[in-house]
Design a protein around this ligand. Structure first.
Ligand code: ADP
Ligand code: MG
Ligand code: ZN
Length: 615
């Protein structure tokens, strides 16, 4: 994967050579044919009826021959009746002399002696040498090709960084939303490069490296493009994986070249996308030491340290694995500014959706506030994808405007995968309906949970059904009460199965998985159990994380047993609560499940019609 891009380039190069070679081959074959034709045509001439010299002399005497061409030892005979013949003599002998010796009247025939040392001689020399010349030329050509290939091996060292100028990218900060802090930090940097004197006067030091960290699809690359669009300075962009080459040392050479170029055109910006491809923590011990990566990384560090204070080159790097980066990269004077580009909040999602909604027609059923609320956990890329899918749905059903339902459908598809047209037995359907209704009912009757947005028994991806309960408000803090309630909601599916059918299914595996990780985090990280406010797990410090991850846990065996005990307590309490709610609300549960079997999906309003408004 790391070499993918370069391989593509090489294939292209090869194709180009191949074409050149083809052209040459065609020329070669053509010339060869011409030469062959020449020799064949002389063969044809040779194939003229050959007569003896005596006969010819006799025929000249008889006046049958009007003209002869003497070419070396060959004599072409032109008869009066326009026939042709050929005869041979010794090269040293003169034809005229032969005629005179035989007492032929020289006036009876026209004798043309062609100068063999002259033009025809040259022609024959060229003719004879032609194949040799062609062969030599061909080999020279091949040799040059080989040399060219060698040269391109050496040119690997040059960075392939694309250089952007302002007019080349239309992306600006206007195209980015929901990541306001990151935006304003980068705006500052753009300003720094644009008006460097202003900062210099006040003695401010140029920031050297900016690291954009965040999950994929949240707009890191987009932000960098926007910086390129905004800054009126040269912008060099390269992806970390492009540094990785098959030849050791090439990555480092590339880095050198890239930085040299950037320095030459300072003030300038270097953007290294996906830097984790090179900058992975060296001590993590996950994979064997990778010489190439190590050298490339070292070269980056050397270059960044080598900037002199007014060099005015800023390095922006992006990664979605900030936790895996080598701590050497993060030291002061290197990537000392860390900008988190995280999932957008409600307001951010609304703004991003608006950006990508531009140019698409929507009908009046679309409520952007609702869309923003519903799309918890969506990245910018997810939102873009969602609106695109919605447009496809609308187009497919022949409407000219996108509806709220299209967006809802698209949002579900983006997160849960496309609908599966699985054949379900009635019993399967019933089980799924009660399972999902269980989640919804438990959530509905708990005090601190959010309203149910949608329940469905249409299977998608891995899920047989789903219940969506997006948070109504963005919370900065999760409370213990809310986390415990969430665990109860997750247990709601299994609780319903058990209560109604006195049977359990495999469908709850994912619920347990999620519930368990919440419970574990409560005990280990958040200090929300009887074990008290102590962190029992790996530290959360990102720069340290890579290092500690493979070290022995500092927790003793007894403590681990206690942690397990606490986790179990949280889960079983949550489960008991869920069963309790299911049992007391059995009637509405039946109604919801029944509707689900009939309609397959219920939205929040339909659900509330059955169970009443959430308090
Ligand atoms: P990353 O580099 O963080 O993985 P990208 O910048 O490549 O993510 O984002 C992919 C696409 O998603 C962008 O081209 C853009 O269309 C959309 N997108 C992501 N984040 C945002 C955002 N904050 N605002 C607007 N569009 C966004
Ligand atoms: Mg990216
Ligand atoms: Zn479930």
């Amino acid at each position: 994967m790391a070499n993918g891009k370069n391989q593509k380039v090489k294939i292209k190069e090869f194709k180009l050579n191949f074409n050149l070679r083809n052209v040459f081959l065609i020329i070669f074959v053509f010339l060869f044919l011409v030469y062959a034709y020449r020799s064949i045509s002389s063969e044809v001439k040779k194939a003229l009826p050959e007569k003896s010299l005596t006969t010819i002399v006799k025929e000249i005497k008889q006046g049958k021959i009007k003209k002869v061409d003497v070419i070396d030892n060959k004599i072409l005979i032109y008869y009066s009746n326009d026939k042709l013949a050929v005869t041979y003599k010794e090269t040293a002998d003169s034809f005229t002399k032969i005629l005179q010796d035989n007492k032929v009247d020289l006036n009876r025939v026209e004798v043309n002696v062609k100068d063999t040392q002259g033009s025809s001689g040259l022609a024959s020399i060229v003719g004879n040498l032609l194949p040799t010349i062609l062969m030599v030329a061909f080999f020279i050509f091949l040799f040059r090709q080989a040399k060219g290939a060698q040269d391109s091996v050496f040119s690997f060292g040059q960075s392939k960084a694309k250089r952007f100028i302002k007019s080349m990218t239309k992306t600006t900060f206007k195209d980015v939303a929901g990541v306001d802090e990151a935006k304003s930090e980068l705006e500052e940097i753009v300003d720094f490069l644009k008006h460097s004197e202003k900062y210099k006067k006040l003695g401010a030091r140029t920031p050297k490296g900016v690291l954009l960290v965040g999950p994929s699809g949240c707009g890191k690359t987009l932000l960098a493009k926007a910086v390129a669009g905004e800054a009126n300075v040269p912008f060099f962009s390269i992806a970390g994986s492009e540094f990785m080459e098959m030849l050791v040392g090439i990555g480092a050479a590339r880095v050198r070249d890239l930085f040299d170029n950037a320095k030459k055109s300072s003030p300038s910006i270097i953007f290294i996308d996906e830097i984790d491809a090179i900058g992975r923590a060296r001590s993590a011990g996950v994979m064997p030491a990778h010489d190439e990566r190590e050298q490339t990384l070292n070269q980056i560090l050397v270059e960044m340290d080598g900037f002199n204070p007014n060099e005015q080159v800023i390095v922006i790097a992006a990664t979605n694995r900030g936790d895996l980066l080598d701590s050497a990269l993060l030291r002061p004077g290197r990537f000392d500014r860390r900008i988190v580009v995280d999932y957008p909040d409600v307001e951010g999602r609304k703004a991003i959706a608006k950006i990508h909604a531009l140019g698409k027609p929507f009908d009046s059923t679309v409520n952007w506030d609702k869309v923003a609320k519903r799309t918890v956990g969506f990245s910018g890329a997810d939102l873009e994808n969602m609106l695109n899918e919605a447009a496809i749905y609308a187009a497919r059903s022949g409407r000219d405007k996108i509806s709220g339902e299209d967006i809802e459908e698209a949002a579900t598809k983006v997160k849960l995968g496309p609908e599966k047209k699985r054949l379900q037995s009635d019993m399967d359907k019933k089980l799924t309906a009660y399972h999902e209704a269980g989640h919804a009912i438990v959530s509905h009757f708990l005090l601190h949970t959010d309203p149910v947005h949608r329940i469905s028994i249409v299977s998608r991806g891995m899920a047989l059904g789903y219940t969506l309960i997006p948070p109504a408000k963005d919370k900065l803090h999760e409370t213990k009460t809310h986390l415990l309630e969430q665990i109860s909601v997750m247990m709601g599916g299994r609780a319903a199965e058990e209560t109604i059918f006195n049977e359990v299914t495999t469908g709850a595996a994912n619920d347990f998985d999620q519930a368990t990780s919440i419970a574990k985090a409560m005990v280990i990280e958040y200090g929300m159990s009887d074990l008290g406010p102590i962190n029992y797990g790996p530290t959360m410090d990102v720069t340290e994380w890579g290092k500690n991850y493979y070290e022995q846990s500092p927790v003793s065996q007894e403590m681990m047993a206690k942690i397990d005990e606490e986790v179990k307590k949280i889960i079983t309490t949550g489960f008991a609560k869920a069963v309790d709610i299911i049992k007391t609300n059995r009637e509405v549960l039946d109604k919801v499940a029944e509707q689900l079997i009939k309609k397959e999906s219920l939205d929040g309003d339909e659900f509330e019609k059955i169970v009443g408004k959430k308090t």
